[in-house]
Ligand binder design. Structure first.
Ligand code: FES
Ligand code: FES
Length: 77
């Protein structure tokens, strides 16, 4: 199964400490986070544990090889 591509650039976010769920399927309406829309597919969200407030770049194209983080793969899509 191939994920959908919500956008071909990362989401740069300043996140508070906590647990987040990155959408791997690309179907969520609440990008870059899972909203349950993966149901019925083989995709599952990926857990993101943030231990202290920090800026992260979460993959928006869903084709990264370093999920949930952008690794530059979007440039070749
Ligand atoms: Fe995409 Fe849950 S909605 S992984
Ligand atoms: Fe997916 Fe950069 S946004 S690799």
């Amino acid at each position: 199964e191939t994920p959908q591509i919500p956008r071909k650039e990362p989401y740069g976010l300043s996140l508070e400490a906590g647990t987040y769920w990155w959408c791997a399927c690309g179907r969520s309406a609440n990008q870059p986070f899972c909203d349950g829309s993966h149901k019925g597919s083989s995709f599952r969200p990926i857990k993101v544990e943030i231990t202290e407030p920090k800026k992260v770049y979460l993959c928006g194209c869903k084709h990264t090889r370093n999920a949930p983080f952008c690794d530059g793969t979007h440039k070749g899509l």
